[in-house]
Design a protein around this ligand. Sequence first.
Ligand code: AMP
Ligand code: MN
Ligand code: MN
Ligand code: MN
Length: 289
Amino acid sequence: MHSSFRHPSLPCTVLNCDLHCHSTCSDGLLPPAEVVRRAAANGVDLLALTDHDDLDGLDVAGSTASQVGVTLIAGVEISIEWETLQIHVLGLGFDPADQALNDGLAGIRAGRIERARKMAAELDRVGIGGSFEGAIRHAANPNLVSRAHFGRYLVEIGACKDLRSVFESYLIPGRPGYVDHRWATLADSVRWISDAGGVAAVAHPARYKLSRGDMRRFLGEFKELGGQAIEVMSGSHTPEHVELYGRLAREYGFFASRGSDFHGPGESYVDLGRLPPLPEGLRPVWQLF
Ligand code: AMP
Ligand code: MN
Ligand code: MN
Ligand code: MN
């Protein structure tokens, strides 16, 4: 889409790059144009809209970006499973018209509706009815129904006080409303992204329940498959996580990314473009665009 990004005067670490956020095309609360306007208002120079498993927002985001003076690169957050875990792989700077990538994402979306029906059946068993319809009502794009939409329904009916408590009591492994699901594989995601000319990056690595050893095995496999980057500065990382994943990025030779994972005002802890800059001594992933 926008393949060459060079700022004339600023070193990479001073640019305000936010390469992870969501719109109503997946489980964000703002339409794509609003996301881009908000990013511009917050001083973002380079933005990637990374909806879950869907590229529909990129056109509107691109035209809005050129009106408001933000550089937009194509983005997506692909749901995969690795061993028993659900993991998110970001694709950045790819060709959004790539057929294999679009076909792969369509396959993941088709599985989401099936999963949503099973999740609703599980919630029925603990006395929470109507969650399929309830979640769909919260999903502007019903093809992209996610646990976030179920979570908003659970808050709406008073089963939980906020999303954070939803994800402590429901919708996670071992709790009501969670179902195992077959997503894409790690190899699929990296191949789709790379073959479309993009960079694959591990999203919020600290969020996964992996031991140190399993994380190393995962990162090694990701690298072997052609993965090039990991999110170091993320809306879901503590300062300790930033330190740890900065170290691992250097050790594995990964580029480092920065992304708020903004889903909407009042729901996300970090607003667009408001994270601290990447720590010194890392290679920013935006050098590649
Ligand atoms: P799914 O892709 O359907 O499995 O849903 C995952 C989505 O649920 C994430 O992208 C978040 O939007 C949301 N989510 C998962 N865990 C949490 C959490 N602990 N707090 C808030 N939102 C969460
Ligand atoms: Mn989400
Ligand atoms: Mn994610
Ligand atoms: Mn995300």
